[in-house]
Ligand binder design. Structure first.
Ligand code: NAD
Length: 481
C-alpha cells in the first residue's frame, strides 16, 4: 500500500541534564544511600546506560518515613490555602519544564515523544492543578463528614506512566494534608527524580515528598514499615495480592490499582472508521503498556470481516521506531523482560491456534521493539484472551447479541475498563449497567481527566484515583456532630 514517507524529526535531548549518579530524595535533599548500592537505568530505545540510581535499603526507608512523619505535623496543620499554594506552584513548574519532563520520560521509558509531550505531561499538570483546587475546600468535599489527613503515605508506582502515576498519587495526598514516600519503578526512576528537583524549586517544605528508588525489595520494605499509615499501589495483580497480605491485620489504609484485560466492543451501527481509530488508540497507545488497554476486541459478527480489513490496513500505516522522533506512533517496549514476556504470550497464542497478523515493519537493530500484532480466531479460553499481555497485541473475538457481548466482556478475572461503540445512546447505558468495569468509555477509548475517577473491580483492585473519589482515598472521614 502506498504510504507517506516522513523525514526523521527527532526531538533534541539537549534540554535534559542527566547526572551520572543520583541520590535518594529524603527530607528535602538528595542523599547518598546508606545501603551504598546502585543500579543502572537505561534507555530502552537504544539500550544505552543513562545513569546510576541508588537502591534504598531498610535504613534509607527508615530515614524517609521518619522525614515524612516529622513533616506531617506541620504540613497537616497548614491552612488548606497554604497547601494549595505549593501544589499550584508545582503544577505551574511542571508546565514550565514540560518539554524537559517529556523528553526524559521518553528516554527512560520508551514511549513516543508525541504521547509524553501531548498526553502524559499535560495530564500531570492538570492533576496538580485540579487537586490544588481541593486543598482549601476539604470542608465541603464530603457533606456531613469531616475530612482529616491520614498521615504518612507509602506510594508505589509502575513503569508504564511514570510521571502520571506519580501525579495521581502525590497530588491528592498533598491536598488531603498527608506526606509521602514514593517509590518509582526500577526501570523508570528518572522523571520521579526530576520531579524531586521541582519540589525543591517549589520550596515545598522538607520531608513532605520523599522519593526512594529501588526494585521490589525496596517496595516491600516501604510497605511493611510500621510507621506508614496508608499504602497506595499501582502495578501487577500478583504484587497487589502480596501487598494486601502484607498489610492485613495492620491499621494501614490500602488502595490497589492493578491489571486489566479490557473489552472494546464494536456494534454493527458504530461509525467504523472512527472505531478503527479507537481500537488503534485502545491497544497501541504506549505500546499497549496500559492497564486499561482495549486488548480484547469484541466485534459484532456481521461487520467483523469489514472492520478487521480496515484495521489491518490502518496497522500498515503505524510508524514504529525511535521514541524521540515526533512521527513515531509505536515506541520501545519498556524492558528486555517485558519484550520476552510479550514474545512468549504471542508464541502461546500461535500454539493455541489463533491466527497472527503483523504488518510489514522494520524493527530497529538496537533497543526493545515489538510490531503491532492482531490475533483473529481467538476463543474465550485462550490465554491471550484471559491474561494481560501488556504489549501491542490485540485479540479479536466476535459476538451476535448485546447479551453475548456482555457475557464475553465480563469473562475475565479483571474489571478495569471497557469501550462500547454504537450510535444508540440507550444501548450504551444498557451495556454500561452490565459491564463489570470501573470505567466504560462510549465511542472513545483511553480518555483521562483529573476530575473523573478511575479504578477497578475484581482482580483489577479497589479504590479510585482522580476526582473527589481520588481525594477520599487520602482522608479519614469523621461524622460531624
Ligand atoms: P509490578 O507489580 O511488577 O511493579 C510495580 C511496582 O511495584 C514497581 O515499582 C515495583 O518495583 C514494585 N514492587 C514489585 N514487587 C513488590 C513487592 N513485593 N512489594 C512492594 N512493591 C513491589 O508491575 P509493573 O510490571 O511495574 O507494571 C505493570 C502492571 O501495572 C500491569 O499489570 C498494569 O496493568 C498495572 N497498572 C495498573 C494501573 C491501574 O491504574 N490499575 C495503572 C498502570 C499500570
Amino acid at each position: 500500500m502506498a504510504k507517506w514517507e516522513y523525514a526523521p524529526a527527532p526531538e533534541s535531548t539537549d534540554i535534559v541534564d542527566i547526572k551520572d549518579t543520583y541520590g535518594l530524595f529524603i527530607d528535602g535533599r538528595f542523599v547518598e544511600p546508606a545501603s551504598g548500592e546502585y543500579f543502572k537505568t537505561i534507555n530502552p530505545g537504544t539500550e544505552e546506560v543513562l545513569a546510576a540510581i541508588p537502591v534504598a535499603g531498610q535504613e534509607d526507608i527508615d530515614r524517609a518515613v521518619d522525614a515524612a512523619r516529622t513533616a506531617f505535623e506541620k504540613w497537616s496543620a497548614l491552612p488548606g490555602s497554604q497547601r494549595a499554594k505549593y501544589i499550584f506552584r508545582i503544577a505551574r513548574m511542571v508546565q514550565e519544564r514540560a518539554r524537559e519532563l517529556a523528553v526524559l520520560e521518553s528516554m527512560n521509558g520508551g514511549k513516543p515523544i508525541k504521547e509524553s509531550r501531548d498526553v502524559d505531561v499535560p495530564l500531570v499538570a492538570a492533576h496538580f492543578f485540579y487537586y490544588a483546587g481541593w486543598a482549601d475546600k476539604l470542608a465541603y468535599a464530603f457533606p456531613g463528614r469531616r475530612a482529616e489527613p491520614i498521615g504518612v503515605c507509602a506510594q508505589i508506582i509502575p513503569w508504564n506512566f511514570p510521571l502520571l502515576m506519580l501525579a495521581w498519587k502525590i497530588a491528592p495526598a498533598l491536598a488531603g494534608g498527608n506526606t509521602v514516600v514514593l517509590k518509582p519503578a526500577e526501570t523508570t526512576p528518572l522523571t520521579a527524580l526530576l520531579f524531586a528537583e521541582i519540589c525543591e524549586q517549589a520550596e515545598l517544605p522538607e520531608g513532605v515528598v520523599n522519593i526512594v528508588t529501588g526494585a521490589g525489595a525496596t517496595g516491600q520494605t516501604l510497605v511493611r514499615h510500621p510507621d506508614v499509615d496508608k499504602v497506595a499501589f499501582t502495578g501487577s495483580t500478583e504484587v497487589g495480592k502480596e501487598i494486601q497480605r502484607a498489610v492485613a491485620g495492620t491499621n494501614k489504609k490500602l488502595t490497589l490499582e492493578l491489571g486489566g484485560k479490557a473489552a472494546n466492543i464494536i456494534f454493527d451501527d458504530a461509525p467504523l472508521d472512527q472505531a478503527v481509530e479507537g481500537i488503534v488508540n485502545g491497544i497501541f497507545f504506549n505500546q499497549g503498556h496500559v492497564c486499561c488497554a482495549g486488548s480484547r476486541l469484541l466485534v459484532q459478527e456481521t461487520i467483523a470481516e469489514r472492520l478487521i480489513a480496515k484495521l489491518k490496513r490502518r496497522l500498515g500505516t503505524l510508524r514504529l521506531g525511535d521514541p524521540l522522533d515526533k512521527n513515531t506512533d509505536i515506541g520501545a517496549i519498556n524492558s528486555r523482560d517485558q519484550l520476552e514476556r510479550i514474545r512468549s504470550l504471542v508464541g502461546i497464542g500461535v500454539e493455541e491456534g489463533a491466527e497472527l497478523y503483523q504488518p510489514a515493519c522494520e524493527i530497529p537493530d538496537r533497543g526493545f521493539f515489538y510490531p503491532p500484532t492482531v490475533f483473529t480466531g481467538v476463543s474465550q479460553s485462550h490465554r491471550i484472551a484471559q491474561e494481560e499481555i501488556f504489549g501491542p497485541v490485540l485479540s479479536v473475538m466476535t459476538f451476535r447479541t448485546p447479551a453475548e457481548a456482555v457475557t464475553k466482556a465480563n469473562n475475565t478475572p479483571f474489571g478495569l475498563s471497557a469501550g462500547v461503540w454504537t450510535e444508540k445512546g440507550s444501548r450504551i447505558l444498557w451495556m454500561a449497567d452490565r459491564l463489570q468495569a470501573g470505567v466504560v468509555w462510549a465511542n472513545t477509548f483511553n480518555r483521562f481527566d483529573p476530575t473523573s475517577p478511575f479504578g477497578g473491580y475484581k482482580e483489577s483492585g479497589f479504590g479510585r484515583e482522580g476526582g473527589r473519589h481520588g481525594l477520599e482515598a487520602y482522608v479519614r472521614l469523621a461524622e460531624v456532630r
